[in-house]
Design a protein around this ligand. Structure first.
Ligand code: CP3
Length: 361
């Protein structure tokens, strides 16, 4: 049977041998690794004292726009945790800002000037130009890669079209996504123009991160789990698929969304190399649903709350995830969603060491 994710089949000459053979990139390609690679979503963030030190001097968006400081945040977290990959320090919402949607961060999270209707969609900026304007993020990738050991990859990322469109229409986060869904159903043509433009923008943004040295791309479809299968298939999937397919061949693509246990096969049908499994599905069942070992790799899925538990509980639950993976090639260990800001940093570091120790082959 052919692999669902065939994007990594081409050998990309620009990826140097120590990186190409890293456990992380081997797992992305479904090849055996020396030990299970591990990184943590939102690994550089508020749970870390070092990050809070950077934030004492810079607002969140100033930090995103300052390549040296962003690289420092990413590199410090990578080294301190001893994880198998860095992720560039940035945010999914900068793409919306570049497209002309004003963005600010206040107290409880992001605030955007909501897109009111089709006319607002049609007044957005050109998506290729918008991606080109994110040069500060691409420079942050360059500086992060320059500071990494030769065998540690840097993951670039972008928000997926559905999640970004939902943020733009809601003007921020939401519990039910009523405005975004109403727009999708009532103005389907404008919805598809918006999502297609977002797909073009994130693919260009991803490929500019690759040009700057990123050797994997993760698309965060954080809110896609709020969609039924038919709505996901109609309104989200075609645009995410277009973005995945547009990423430079040879660079593995990871697609992730929270609460997407019912969508994993559709997410895999984008052609992604790796599907993120959140905590809601058991890893082995999620892997089967996504197509199974040998066809697609998986990333996940320890409940982030387990890092608030005593060490013995963390170890038991970690063993459970590793047992579900069964040592089969193509597993990247991660949390089921982003790390919680109350997490004791020592516990995150202990988790990484424990995964390495238990999975050494
Ligand atoms: O993993 C990493 O270390 C890389 C950094 C990263 C950030 N945001 C930094 C950040 C990544 C990969 C993101 C992606 C992102 N941004 C997502 C998708 C990931 C997910 O959790 O599903 C989303 C939904 C956003 C949008 C966003 N950015 C929200 C909703 C918030 C505020 C609420 C929150 O959980 O913090 C942010 C702010 C943000 N992005 C912070 C960080 C470190 C905190 C900012 C601060 O107050 O210092």
């Amino acid at each position: 049977m052919p692999r669902l994710g065939i994007r990594t089949s081409g050998n990309l000459r620009s990826i140097a041998p120590p990186l190409w053979e890293s456990d992380f990139l081997r797992a992305c390609r479904g090849e055996p690794a020396r030990r299970t690679p591990v990184w943590l979503m939102r690994q550089a963030g508020r749970y870390m004292e070092h990050y809070r030190g950077l934030r004492a001097k810079l607002s969140f968006l100033e930090l995103c726009r300052n390549p040296a400081a962003a690289a420092e945040a990413a590199l410090y977290a990578r080294a301190w945790l001893d994880v198998d990959a860095a992720i560039v320090f940035s945010d999914i919402l900068i793409v919306l800002e570049a497209l002309g949607v004003p963005l600010r961060f206040e107290g409880d999270g992001p605030k955007l000037t909501a897109l009111a209707g089709p006319a607002a969609v049609d007044s957005l900026r050109d998506p290729l130009q918008a991606a080109a304007d994110l040069g500060y993020a691409h420079e942050a990738v360059r500086q992060t890669v320059a500071g990494l050991p030769a065998d540690i990859p840097c993951i670039g990322f972008a928000g997926a079209p559905f999640t970004l469109a939902a943020y733009a229409i809601e003007g921020g986060g939401s519990r039910q996504f009523a405005k975004a869904k109403a727009f999708m159903y009532r103005e389907p043509a404008a919805w598809h123009r918006l999502a297609a433009s977002l797909a073009t923008c994130i693919a260009e943004h991803a490929n500019r991160q690759v040009a700057a040295g990123a050797t994997a791309i993760q698309f965060f479809d954080s809110w896609a789990g709020c969609l039924s299968r038919p709505d996901y298939a109609e309104f989200a999937l075609p645009h995410l698929r277009a973005a995945v397919q547009a990423v430079v061949p040879g660079v593995p693509v990871i697609v992730f969304g929270a609460a997407t246990g019912h969508l994993l096969d559709l997410m895999a049908s984008t052609g992604a190399d790796v599907v993120g499994v959140d905590t809601g599905a058991a890893l082995d069942q999620g892997w089967e649903a996504a197509g199974g070992p040998g066809r697609v790799a998986v990333q996940g899925n320890l409940d982030p709350a387990v890092l608030l538990a005593p060490s013995a509980v963390m170890r038991t639950r970690t063993d459970q995830v590793l047992a579900e993976a069964g040592g089969r090639p193509g597993h990247i260990f991660n949390l089921g969603h982003g790390i919680i800001k109350e997490t004791p940093p020592e516990m995150a570091r202990e988790l990484v060491a424990y995964v390495h120790e238990r999975s050494a082959r």
